[in-house]
Design a protein around this ligand. Structure first.
Ligand SMILES: Cc1cc2nc3c(=O)[nH]c(=O)nc-3n(C[C@H](O)[C@H](O)[C@H](O)COP(=O)(O)O)c2cc1C
Length: 210
């Protein structure tokens, strides 16, 4: 099975979670794909302190904040074949919750260094309250995270240039449900992440696992 991990960076059970679930449903239509939904809502995630203990001690978790919610998330992230990161747009960027989570992935540096993420793919979804209120910079920020980690950023191609882009009109999940155009970009991107991840899995198998 190709495993896709979807993570919502919204503090609310609302539009971003709804959009992410739509993308995961579209991804599951591809044969051999399974998905896991995770929300950062209600999770305690401390800031990265840049103490570099994770790097020096070669730990695949953060020794400075051993007891926060990241503990379970490191393993989920390390074991997935593909990612869909979904965030509300906050000040034309991803949410602080999502950025803090991504900063805290620093202990996974050994995976990057050893090239273990280079065949993984990732897609992005953002949900903004204002039309043209910063969705594209927010998508770029998420796709730049993939670039930093050596993960291949997958978008929706000509149907969703930078990824899934939804306009909620600040009306929670109800507003998201009304944005049919936006939801199409989410579904197209979700399916494409699954298709590319699945093609890579087939190629790796043919090459004996690498
Ligand atoms: C701190 C904060 C900053 C925001 N900044 C923006 C923004 O720059 N552009 C925008 O379109 N919407 C902005 N919004 C609105 C949210 O992106 C919008 O309501 C979104 O649908 C929330 O997602 P949710 O339903 O998953 O919580 C902001 C909301 C908050 C709380």
């Amino acid at each position: 099975m190709v495993k896709i991990l979807g993570i919502s960076g919204s503090p609310r059970k609302s539009g971003t979670e709804f959009a992410l679930k739509e993308a995961l449903k579209a991804a599951e239509e591809v044969a051999g794909v399974s998905t896991t939904f995770v929300t950062l809502r209600g999770k305690r995630i401390e800031f990265c302190l840049h103490c570099d203990r994770c790097i020096r001690e070669e730990k695949l978790y953060c020794p400075a904040h051993e007891d926060d919610a990241m503990k379970e998330l490191y393993l989920l992230f390390a074991e997935a074949d593909a990612y869909i990161l979904a965030s509300p747009v906050y000040q034309m960027n991803m949410s602080g919750q999502m950025l803090t989570f991504l900063n805290r992935l620093r202990p996974l540096w050994p995976l990057i260094k050893d090239g273990l993420l280079k065949t993984r793919v990732g897609g992005a979804i953002v949900v903004g309250g204002t039309r043209h209120g910063g969705c594209e910079p927010a998508l770029l920020a998420i796709n730049n995270f993939y670039n930093c980690f050596g993960i291949i950023a997958v978008t929706g191609g000509h149907e969703a240039y930078c990824g899934g882009t939804v306009w909620s009109q600040d009306r929670l999940a109800e507003g998201v449900k009304e944005d049919e155009v936006g939801l199409k970009t989410v579904r197209v991107m979700g399916r494409r992440v699954a298709e590319v991840a699945s093609l890579i899995a087939t190629g790796k198998q043919a090459r004996g696992g690498n």
